[in-house]
Ligand binder design. Structure first.
Ligand code: HEC
Length: 148
């Protein structure tokens, strides 16, 4: 009886854990989409020179968000466990140093972008925008996000 109860409670814990991880996947995908939204706001400033204050705010959000990204990928939340639901490649966990370094590069690039936007320097903002897209979003997706 006691053993059966233990097994049942362990299974319950496992179920809760899988559920938690599923919501981690959904939450991080929503957060990534929100970053795309910030990117659009910044692109508006880069393209037109209008909306500087909003763009500076958006860039500041990216800087803060960059720090959180590694925490969005707990072990067991990748394609192996959530096939069809996530694009998070196993390399996130087999090469964590590279994943962290890519997140850090993104953070530094976002910070440079934020400074350029805050300074109202359109040319510098355009260059920093391109660099961040390449070394941050693009590099990480290239290495760690599966094509779906
Ligand atoms: C350090 C790595 C990393 C960085 C930096 C990064 N991403 Fe992602 N992104 C991922 C991974 C991994 C996924 C797949 C997540 C999943 O499916 O669970 C993803 C998924 C996405 C998605 C799809 C979300 C969905 O609904 O499935 C969007 C949109 C996205 N990222 C936008 C961005 C933008 C815009 C930037 C830069 C401003 C960015 N990402 C920076 C790793 C990163």
């Amino acid at each position: 009886m006691a053993a059966a109860a233990l097994v049942a409670s362990v299974m319950l814990i496992e179920a809760v854990r899988a559920d938690d991880l599923a919501s981690v996947v959904a939450d991080r995908q929503a957060a990534m989409k929100a970053m795309s939204g910030k990117l659009k706001v910044i692109k508006g400033f880069v393209d037109s020179g209008a909306g500087q204050a909003e763009a500076a705010d958006a860039a500041a959000v990216l800087v803060q968000t960059a720090k959180l990204i590694p925490g969005w990928f707990p072990a067991g939340s990748g394609i192996d466990s959530f096939s069809g639901k996530t694009a998070a490649k196993p390399e996130i966990w087999t090469d964590p140093a590279k994943f962290q370094a890519t997140a850090t590069a993104f953070q530094l690039d976002a910070s440079a972008l934020q400074k350029a936007v805050a300074a109202g320097d359109g040319a510098a903002a355009a260059a920093a925008f391109e660099t961040m897209g390449r070394e941050g979003c693009g590099a990480c997706h290239g290495a760690f996000r599966a094509k779906t």
